[in-house]
Design a protein. Structure first.
Length: 130
């Protein structure tokens, strides 16, 4: 600036640097906002996860399904599985957890088994209850 007397050069370069920083960090900002809102990570289709769970043998219904990011690389899931014919056992739940991790990259799955022949309905079963 001293040699050329271009007084506009310093603010112009500063604006260019600010734009480069903003563009470079836009993805991180979006991901951080989604994490803070406990939103479903963009890479996961919640309908596909629900369809997988509902298609499992013995599962009559899936409700109270929640999927959220715990960090930029880890995802958690909770769901209630209504199962007919008694509790399916730990091996069944372990297989589900492994498939959720492998297929959907959901590493932390917490599944609550409810028996279809039980007397009372789950108070979280209606779709409008969170």
């Amino acid at each position: 600036m001293l040699l050329t007397r271009w007084l506009w050069l310093d603010p112009a370069v500063s604006l260019i640097i600010a734009v480069v920083i903003f563009v470079g960090t836009w993805g991180l900002l979006k991901e951080s906002l989604r994490l803070s809102l406990h939103a479903v990570p963009e890479r996961i289709d919640p309908d596909a996860v629900k369809n997988y769970l509902q298609g499992l043998p013995g599962v009559c219904e899936v409700h109270d399904l929640h999927i959220w990011g715990m960090s930029t690389t880890e995802t958690a899931l909770t769901a209630h599985l209504v199962v007919a014919g008694g509790h399916p056992g730990d091996d069944f739940l372990d297989r589900i957890a492994r498939v959720l991790d492998h297929r959907f990259r959901i590493g932390h799955a917490t599944l609550q088994v409810e028996l279809a022949d039980g007397d009372g309905a789950c108070r979280l079963a209606p779709g409008d209850v969170v």
